[in-house]
Design a protein around this ligand. Sequence first.
Ligand code: SF4
Length: 118
Amino acid sequence: MTNTNPIGPKITPVGDLTWQALARCAAPDTDKRFFYPPEEGDPDYSEDINQIARATLNRYGKAKWFCARCPVVSDCLKYALDTDDTFGVWGNTTPGERRTIKVRRTVAARKEREAVSA
Ligand code: SF4
């Protein structure tokens, strides 16, 4: 697999990336804008931060609906967590959802370490 991100330009080549060949969003007709907040020049871009937030939530909802039918959603989520990708929707999760997953894993790991050492 080449260093090509099916859903955007930001990719860190980590691990086996062959799953990306099966990514639903890799189809050429996928509108990849929905996976990211609107940028200047996008039709739903605004200087108003509240409007940007609403547009972003709207986009993320569409992206998550799309991801829910992707055959490699687990691989994609693992990749995003492994690479600490904090931008856009990956593996049917928003950046905030991935932060929550990481915090929960950190807390669970700490509790496990404490239980072993007790
Ligand atoms: S889970 Fe979503 S972002 Fe990940 S490869 Fe599939 S469609 Fe793309």
